[in-house]
Design a protein around this ligand. Sequence first.
Ligand code: 2AM
Length: 187
Amino acid sequence: MEPHDTRRVFVAVDLTDDVRHGLAAHLDAALDGDRLPGSTPPPVNWHLTLRFLGKIGQGAYEGLLAQLDQADLGGPFDLQFGGLGAFPRPARATVLWLGTAGGTDELADLAIAVEEAAVRSGAMPEERPFHPHVTLGRIRPPRDVRPLIERVPPFPLSQRVEAITVFESHLGGAPAVYEILERFRLG
Ligand code: 2AM
């Protein structure tokens, strides 16, 4: 993609191809021909955001990379996925997501390390609490997804988290294109 001065950036745990394929198959099996409500990002876009930076300039971007490079991100760990959930609440959902069931403490520690690196690079502190999730649907108008959440059993796969990824989000098309900019290994 073309060089530019500002980028819309987020830091995330990328899902493995096994998890993407497994999750798509798991949802298909549980839904038995039905579709998820709202708009579902394509599996290639599924990820678990640690920190959304928004639009940042070249200096801030380079500062972020330098801080992530120096950060103690902890070691690799196993991330276990869980069941579906929804924001702001299942009875009136606007975001449908897949949650985590194991490795959640390590993930929260990783999010803290990324947050500290972001703030050291000049970002405003994140006000919202970290709630690990993989967004599977954006729903407008809001819907009651409680029956759906009951219908889909917990997703049984896990993955080894060995790196974090800095993505650029290219909006404008549908779906958005998430370009991998950098990866930082854990441990
Ligand atoms: P979401 O999945 O809960 O929407 C790229 O947009 C990623 O950054 C998404 O995973 C998105 O989370 C996350 N994100 C966090 N805060 C955001 C914000 N204010 N605007 C857009 N995306 C945000």
